[in-house]
Design a protein around this ligand. Structure first.
Ligand code: GLU
Ligand code: MG
Length: 462
């Protein structure tokens, strides 16, 4: 009972046991360092580590971080017009549920963090808190999002030459990448992330490793785990794992398509599923698509958020380039994947393609939820399905169907985000302002620079 009384107000009642369990698993000499990680507005995963001897206190009070990190861009610059500078602190407060021992570095564990003010309140610039807010918004409508990021990434030598040039889906590629991929699969399983399929993809050295879906917060956390683990395991093998959207300018890009579905809390059923609906999708599913398409030019500023992202979002690369949707259409921004026989309800989901692994997954999923929920509230219609590559339609036909070209540059996407009141309101004033400032500075940072500089800067930060 005494321990109960000593609890800090920020701790929920269920957290005391995970904290004790973490401390038990971290006893030195087994573990020395515990990383407190977060994902920045720039999509780069950063953090600080504490020694296990002091872990107990840091688990309770968080590790201090300068507020300036919310104004950092992917060129590792503090953005001059950002709101945050040298004065001010926040706390990286770990979520005990995210504790894992890292299988790819010695004697190290990690936790994923929220950002709290010194008073213990959620900080306005915290992206993980933004996703939690959107999850709560869905919950108040009786719904929960489940999602999985379907990652493609490139294995390369340390001087950025692709691991191989194996044919698409070939077992030749599976063989050349096997030592790394098998270790990656094991390392993910050890951290509670479950790879569901694997194949060698089309691009040079390109791999694809879709993982099992999870509740939205967990899915975003899993994306951090996957990026971290792929990078760490590849490094052990003398290789780089690059999640840059377009690591080689003229070859296939790296997507991280989001597969998602909404589930009803009251009966635990998939709200997108309707056996009698067109392509097996419910009216709610169509309204959600309507919302996502309505906001898509702005949403891509969150899901495909780097300068390099727009080299990927080109027609004819299966990454999508237009605000179109269609059944099993891999050039549509939203694909309705065909159901699996016998698993119709469970397997009903939507796939968002203009999304890549240089994003901050909390912003990407939170933005997707905000856009889709807006579609549900306003009962938006998605228009006609695209049954062919929208790039093959005439300009006039696309206009007739309301199919728009997605932004062709990060700058255009940011303009759309700035104009999009629904997404800006969802982000909240602090995060919206900071995100736009950070990303605008990235646009400026690449102005007048060549492709080689762009690739070099993106290749190994993601
Ligand atoms: N590599 C493609 C992209 O950039 C996706 C290919 C596919 O799996 O459909 O999104
Ligand atoms: Mg693929």
């Amino acid at each position: 009972m005494a321990a109960q009384k000593a609890k800090k107000p920020t701790e929920s009642p269920g957290q005391e046991r995970p904290v004790r369990e973490i401390l038990r698993q971290c006893k030195p000499p087994k573990i020395h360092l515990v990383r407190f990680l977060y994902c920045g507005n720039d999509g780069v995963i950063r953090g600080k580590a504490c020694h296990t001897r002091f872990l107990d206190s840091y688990l309770r009070s968080g590790i201090g971080l300068t507020v300036a990190m919310a104004s950092f861009n992917m060129l590792d610059q503090l953005v001059p017009e950002g709101s945050f500078g040298p004065v001010g602190e926040i706390r990286l407060m770990p979520d005990p549920e995210t504790f894992t021992v890292l299988p790819y570095v010695p004697k190290t564990a990690r936790l994923l963090c929220d950002m709290l003010t010194l008073e213990g309140e959620p900080w306005g610039a915290c992206t993980r808190t933004f996703l939690k807010r959107m999850i709560a918004r869905a919950r108040s409508a009786g719904l929960a999002l489940r999602a999985a990021f379907e990652n493609e990434f490139t294995l390369a030598t340390r001087d950025r030459a692709p691991l191989d040039r194996s044919p698409c889906f070939s077992s030749i590629g599976m063989d050349s990448a096997a030592p790394v991929m098998l270790e990656l699969v094991e390392a993910l399983m050890a951290q509670g992330v479950y790879p569901e399929q694997y194949y060698a993809e089309l691009g040079p050295g390109q791999q694809e490793l879709p993982v099992r879906f999870a509740d939205a917060l967990r899915a975003a956390d899993n994306q951090i785990t996957l990026r971290e683990t792929a990078r760490g395991v590849a490094w052990k093998h003398g290789l780089l794992a690059s999640f840059a959207p377009k690591p080689f300018p003229d070859q296939a890009g790296n997507g991280s398509h989001i597969h998602f579905s909404l589930w009803r809390l009251k009966d635990g059923k998939n709200h997108f599923h309707d056996a009698r609906g067109r392509y097996g999708l419910s009216e709610a599913g169509y309204a959600f698509i309507g919302g996502v398409l309505a906001h898509l030019p702005a949403l891509v500023a969150l899901t495909a958020p780097t300068v390099n992202s727009y080299r990927r979002l080109q027609p004819r690369f299966w990454s999508s380039a237009y605000t179109a949707w269609g059944p099993d259409n891999r050039e549509a921004a939203i694909r309705i994947p065909s159901k699996r026989r016998g698993l119709e309800m469970e397997s009903t989901n939507l796939e968002l393609k203009p999304c890549d692994p240089s994003n901050n997954p909390y912003l990407a999923l939170g933005g997707l939820l905000a856009a889709g929920l807006d579609g549900l509230e306003r009962e938006l219609e998605p228009g006609e399905p695209a049954l062919a590559d929208p790039d093959t339609l005439s300009e006039a036909e696309r206009r007739r169907r309301g199919i728009r070209r997605l932004p062709a540059t990060l700058g255009e996407a940011l303009d759309a985000l700035e104009r999009d009141e629904v997404l800006r309101e969802a982000l909240g004033p602090v995060l919206a302002k900071e995100y736009l400032a950070v990303k605008r500075s990235e646009v400026r940072g690449f102005q007048g620079r060549d492709v080689a500089f762009e690739i070099e800067q993106h290749f190994y930060k993601y």
